[in-house]
Design a protein around this ligand. Structure first.
Ligand SMILES: NC(=O)c1ccc[n+]([C@@H]2O[C@H](COP(=O)([O-])OP(=O)(O)OC[C@H]3O[C@@H](n4cnc5c(N)ncnc54)[C@H](O)[C@@H]3O)[C@@H](O)[C@H]2O)c1
Length: 368
């Protein structure tokens, strides 16, 4: 089959990297034929590709079979819809949209199911997360009882927030750490553990930076089976921590610093509690170190998988439809914090859209 003709819309930080990786042939079966960026100087950095100032013009140009959208989040929805409606395969950066209602619109635009529609959740390629998923789906860890994830290693300086007018504004980005850095963790959370039934969250807005959106979050999540979870994230804390601890009936897994450690209960904890005659004992355990190597193929693996899905029907690592879940988690955390209430899921997408619109309208920083 001929190479897939790819167009990248938005060739700033991330899109520029994707473009260079495709040009350097780190991905097979694809050629970069076009780029689009509203910043004319950026598109000119790719002289061998057809350059466009508007993503919509690239989409209608007939020069591409597929697009990769790497623009600021709000524009993922209109560009994604335009791409799908013009018969193009679409790979969209995370988050797939800023709020749940836009996710619904974007997902509904894929009328033709032959079109491949994927999301850039590159951390799903990390062997440690893949292994943890296997431990859960195989039943090895048993029914999950508690999840604790501290993800405070997303440190960003004030200079970072100053590097793009759209960043860290309600109108330009639609949120802070939950919409920019944490979509990866929120996606992994729902991929590994599924969606909770309710969320109560506490967000601090501009706690560490001169920004109007959240840069520090503590969220409490409850599941239908009674399992609970706490997610803590921040872009202001250094040195940060990235520690995921999952307790199931059959033991506890800790993932930190690339090491996956499983303390395995010889007898599931609830069964032990019910059956032991001893008042102060706990289930005997085995220590299992689970070796994993490297961090996986990350962004290039997702692009390769997207191309393979187009050419060979390879199943997607991250179907874009699944991207609605991380957005719903982020939206619910922000709304819960603002209303000081526990919110039951599914989130009412219209309620959240109206809330966000008000935030954006009342923002002194309306830049996009
Ligand atoms: N998967 C990852 O690990 C990862 C990492 C960083 C960023 N991202 C995502 O990539 C997206 C872009 O982030 P970034 O850090 O590269 O931002 P950036 O500001 O560096 O780049 C965005 C580019 O898009 C261009 N642009 C803006 N609106 C446009 C439009 N309507 N049409 C065409 N071009 C437009 C800008 O001129 C800019 O060059 C965000 O959604 C972000 O979440 C993902």
């Amino acid at each position: 089959m001929n190479k897939v003709r790819l167009g990248i819309i938005g060739v700033g930080g991330m899109g520029g990297n994707h473009a260079r990786n495709v040009i350097q042939e780190k991905i097979s079966g694809v050629e970069l034929t076009a780029v689009a960026d509203i910043a004319p100087d950026l598109a000119k950095k790719f002289p061998d590709q057809k350059g466009f100032a508007a993503g919509e013009d690239l989409i209608k140009s007939g020069t591409v079979d597929a697009i990769l959208i790497a623009t600021p989040h709000y524009s993922h929805t209109p560009l994604g819809i335009a791409g799908l409606q013009n018969g193009l395969h679409v790979l969209v950066e995370k988050p797939i949209s800023v709020h749940k209602a836009d996710c619904e619109r974007l997902i509904a635009a894929r009328g033709d199911k032959k079109l491949v529609f994927a999301a850039m959740f590159n951390q799903r390629t990390d062997p440690a997360f893949k292994k943890l998923k296997h431990l859960i789906t195989s039943g090895e860890l048993g029914e999950i009882r508690r999840i604790n994830w501290i993800v405070t290693n997303w440190f960003r300086s004030q200079a970072y927030y100053g590097s793009g007018g759209w960043r860290a504004t309600w109108a330009g980005e639609g949120g802070g750490v939950l919409l920019n850095q944490c979509p990866h963790n929120l996606d992994l959370w729902q991929w590994l553990f599924g969606m909770p039934k309710s969320i109560r969250a506490f967000c601090s807005f501009g706690k560490y930076h001169s920004i109007e959106v959240e840069d520090d979050v503590t969220a409490y999540l409850e599941y239908a089976n009674g399992a609970t979870g706490v997610l803590i994230t921040s872009t202001g804390e250094a040195p940060g921590t990235n520690r995921l601890e999952v307790t199931g009936e059959r033991g506890k897994v800790v993932l930190e610093n690339g090491h996956l450690h499983f303390t395995r209960n010889e007898i599931p904890m609830s069964e032990f509690s019910r059956t032991t005659k001893e008042a102060f004992s706990a289930p005997p355990t085995w220590d299992v170190n689970i070796p994993t190597q490297g961090s996986g193929g990350q962004h290039n693996e997702i692009i390769q998988n997207f191309i393979d899905a187009i050419q060979k029907g390879t199943p997607l690592i991250a179907p874009a439809e699944e991207g609605i879940h991380s957005v719903e988690l982020a939206n619910t955390m922000l709304l819960s914090s603002d209303t000081k209430e526990t919110i039951e899921l599914p989130l009412n997408s219209a309620t959240y859209e109206a809330w966000l619109k008000k935030k954006a309208e009342s923002s002194p920083k309306k830049s996009k």
